[in-house]
Design a protein around this ligand. Structure first.
Ligand SMILES: [Mg+2]
Length: 354
């Protein structure tokens, strides 16, 4: 039986991080530790819950749910070899995806540690197939956009994801395009901010800036007719993010999207993300793994699936002022999976404010 421990953490961002829905200065998450004894040894598996108000969770709701899981003894019959059973048990309780993902990644961490293998190797994946990640530039005034772009150039990032849906989208993109060299790829994320007419008007301009693709242009409640109209008018590939959470969403977004951005906060864990990756392939969708501002704990957990996908946006830990966890290693925007057993993450002694 695994023993569950958890505690809140505060993760300050390097810069205020703004998207069309709001600003994050400090990310308030929850770390999970699962302790399990096997063959005379005791192992500790780590997990991180990344709550998101937009999807109905916050730090307190994660803490409350984990306390309830503990009270109800829902992990009593669960070992690290029972990840399917864990997911089946928890799927009876609606929502709480960040908390479910945190426990599940800690189970995978234990599984890999017991097997003595990194998670990607347990899954039979090829670490050499990890694509480069984008680095995200949030909505800001033009001086701040310039500063962040300079920082990105100095760090050698050659794929930028630009958040739009603010008042100065075109000036922002023009500023970035003029600062970076032609071989820097620019992706755009509207975070569901545009009306269909706005999107259709902006697409040709985005194309002239050499934008590679656009993420979630319309509100998730946009009508199928509007989505069809926007898809038909778009010269650029469209990726679904806010409108694709779990497996059942894949065939729906495949009607208007060319790709899908998966996040553990939406899927509730790696197991569901794996199912979605295969379903997305069957629907001829490209696949991105995404994140919020989060530590290298959850980033590294998700990165173990990176060899299966086309695009990464796993820069969450690069957006923090202090990363409290050591996990994936970066050379510019190429990440390297750790070769330690399990998730391969190590908590640093400093930097975790509770
Ligand atoms: Mg997005």
């Amino acid at each position: 039986m695994v023993q569950l421990h958890f505690y809140p953490v505060a993760l300050p961002c390097e810069f205020d991080f703004t998207i069309s829905r709001g600003t994050t200065s400090v990310a308030h998450h929850v770390f999970v530790e699962l302790t399990y004894s096997h063959a005379g040894k005791t192992y500790v598996g780590l997990g991180e819950a990344v709550p998101c108000e937009y999807y109905g969770s916050n730090q307190q709701s994660v803490l409350d749910f984990l306390a309830w899981v503990q009270e109800e003894k829902l992990l009593e019959a669960i070992t690290p070899f029972d990840i399917q059973r864990f997911n089946h048990t928890l799927s009876q309780f609606h929502g709480h995806m960040p908390a479910k993902a945190a426990i599940e990644m800690a189970l995978y961490d234990l599984l890999g540690q017991i097997a003595g293998q990194p998670l990607y190797r347990l899954l039979g994946l090829d670490a050499a197939m990890v694509p480069r990640s984008s680095y995200t530039i949030g909505i800001a005034d033009l001086d701040m956009v310039k500063h962040k772009t300079q920082v990105a150039i100095e760090r050698g990032y050659d794929i930028l994801k630009v958040k739009v849906g603010g008042p100065e989208d075109l000036k922002t993109l023009e500023t970035i395009r003029n600062l970076v060299s032609d071989d820097v790829t620019i992706r755009v994320d509207a975070n569901a901010a545009w009306t269909p007419d706005q999107a259709i008007q902006l697409f040709p301009v985005l194309q002239s800036f050499g934008v590679e693709f656009v993420e979630e242009p319309l509100h998730p409640d946009a009508s199928p007719a509007d989505r069809k109209r926007v898809k038909e008018a778009s010269p650029l590939p469209l990726l679904a993010d806010e409108s694709a959470h779990v497996l059942k969403d894949i065939p729906i977004v495949a009607q208007w999207a060319d790709g899908v951005n998966l996040k553990l906060t939406k899927t509730g864990g790696l197991y569901e993300a794996l199912r979605m990756i295969h379903a997305a392939r069957a629907h001829h969708l490209s696949i991105m793994l995404g994140c919020f501002a989060e530590s290298s704990l959850s980033i590294t957990a998700f990165a173990h699936l990176a060899p299966l996908v086309d695009y990464l946006d796993l820069d969450g830990a690069l957006l923090l002022a202090n990363d409290p966890v050591e996990g994936v290693r970066w050379e510019a925007n190429q990440l390297f999976l750790p070769n330690r057993p399990g998730l391969g993450v190590i908590k640093r002694e400093v930097g975790v404010a509770r």
